[in-house]
Design a protein around this ligand. Structure first.
Ligand code: CAO
Length: 449
């Protein structure tokens, strides 16, 4: 007889004592490895606890309303190899022309212990990559927990199955939560032609893209498959959505930072215990530019018809970590001096690399800076960090001959690359914003104004 084993709550980040809001299985159910067992919901996020292995559910150890943390035993499951392949029901092979939107199982917001790498079970015919799904499923729920419709993963899965965009569904349950019945009602409404497509600007509406190519790479040489890190999956899904939904344009500019560098070096010598990099000056210059051009310190509201202008200046900084890109936010940059910003930048970079950033550290940003200046490059196209409307990319400063009207002079030139959402910002404004930034960085006395 197969062994009865415990199913426990996996690592769910910084969350503790999270209430169970629903069971997705019952005693006697056969479950597959990674199948959702139950749903947890904190103030900030909803997450599913996956079955650690396949088997038959023998006992539920917690009930709806109980609070659980990492390691809490939630169920006893009788492990069974046979249970991994329940009789296929509706999931019969889809016709080649079937659209393949987000069909892959969406990873729960909490780190799933084992990444569900698509098993190469049924090798697709070489020339028919039709039913492939994208390599990283986009699940808005895990990307922006605070901003997505309030619904359990079970309901989200149901909505995905029907191709329903939950942002268009009105929740009728407690605190506006969307239930299964709301999704069904929405579908009925659409089928009867009652739901007019909202004029929401985000370009939604389904990108009728070709399916992702499926290639058996091993046919061409040795390969190794490694799961993407959780950060990579989350940031990848964000980047893919932002790239697809925001019409990007990148404006390039060069700032003469010869004098700024001399001053920065002096500042560094006077403050040896602090690393003062060019980035803090860029943060100050960005704040000045956001004040001058408020449409850059703004977001489109969900209807896409209004611009929400922010009166605060919280700047996100892209930080490269061994597990991928994260964007912690430095708050109230307008009220902080260069040294205070340098200290805070150092602290958040360390926190990011030690994986200690919480959701609060990464929310509320108005504008982001992605600096590759410490590494190299002459220009690049950063991707706007929605719902922000612009992002500044910074490349490596280099000495260049600059014509001053009479002769070439060696000047330290800093490449700036501003990507912006063209729905909100016009090219002329972007050019003005960049010229203003360059002016600020070229004459740091202006940063004091
Ligand atoms: N030009 C020339 N040198 C620069 C520079 C620039 N634009 N920006 C930084 N430098 C120098 C710094 O002065 C420092 O020199 P010293 O060691 O001699 O003092 C060195 O480069 C390294 O700087 P840093 O990277 O440690 O510090 P930072 O403040 O410039 O950046 C941080 C901090 C966290 C933004 C950075 O470490 C980082 O992670 N950058 C990557 C961001 C990223 O991946 N963006 C891509 C997003 S799109 O995929």
């Amino acid at each position: 007889m197969a062994a009865i084993k415990e199913a426990k709550v996996p690592d769910i980040g910084n969350y503790k004592d999270v209430p169970v809001i629903e069971w997705l299985v019952a005693v006697g159910d056969t479950v597959k490895a990674e199948q959702g067992l139950l749903t947890l919901e904190s103030d900030k996020a909803t997450m599913e606890v996956p079955a650690p292995f396949a088997g038959v559910v023998r006992e539920l150890k917690v009930k709806v309303g109980d609070a659980v943390s990492e390691g809490t035993i939630v169920a006893l499951i009788e492990e069974s190899g046979a249970a991994t392949a329940p009789a296929p029901k509706a999931e019969a092979p889809k016709p080649a022309s079937a659209p393949a939107p987000a069909a892959a199982p969406a990873p729960a917001p909490a780190p799933a212990p084992a990444v569900a790498t698509p098993a190469p079970a049924a090798p697709a015919p070489a020339a028919a990559p039709a039913t492939a799904s994208p390599p990283v499923a986009f699940d808005a729920a895990q990307v922006l927990p605070g901003q997505v419709p309030y619904a359990s993963p079970g309901v989200r899965a149901f909505a995905r199955e029907l191709g329903v965009d939950l942002s268009k569904v009105k929740g009728s349950e407690r605190k506006g939560r969307i239930g299964r019945a709301d999704v069904s009602a929405f579908v009925k409404q659409v089928m009867s032609g009652a739901a007019a497509a909202p004029a929401s600007a985000p370009l939604g509406g389904g990108l009728n893209l070709l399916p992702w190519p499926v290639v058996d790479f091993a046919k061409f040489g040795a390969v190794e498959t490694k799961p993407l890190s959780r950060i990579k999956k989350i940031s990848g899904a964000n980047l893919a959505r932002n790239w697809a939904m925001i019409p990007h344009v990148t404006q390039h500019e060069l700032a003469d930072i010869t004098e700024l560098e001399a001053f920065r070096k002096r500042l560094g010598e006077e403050n040896k215990d602090l690393k003062v990099t060019p980035l803090v000056f860029q943060i100050k210059a960005v704040v000045a530019a956001l004040r001058r051009f408020p449409q850059f310190n703004a977001s489109l509201d969900p209807s896409g018809e209004n611009l929400v202008l922010k009166k605060y200046f919280h700047v996100g900084i892209a930080v490269d970590t061994p597990d991928g890109l994260v964007v912690p936010v430095i708050r109230d940059c307008d009220r902080k001096g260069l040294l205070e910003l340098a200290a805070e930048l150092g602290a958040i970079s360390v926190k990011a690399r030690e994986k200690k950033l919480g959701p609060a550290d990464m929310s509320g940003g108005c504008f982001s800076i992605s600096s590759l200046g410490g590494i190299g490059g002459t220009a690049f196209t950063p991707i706007v960090n929605a719902p922000e409307v612009a992002i500044l990319g910074v490349s490596k400063a280099s000495m260049q001959p600059v014509w001053d009207g009479e002769q070439f002079r060696p000047r330290l030139m800093l490449p700036l690359s501003l990507s912006y959402d063209h729905r909100v910002i016009d090219g002329a404004d972007a050019a003005r914003f960049c010229a203003f930034l360059a002016q600020q960085l070229g004459d740091i006395r202006r940063l004091l104004l």
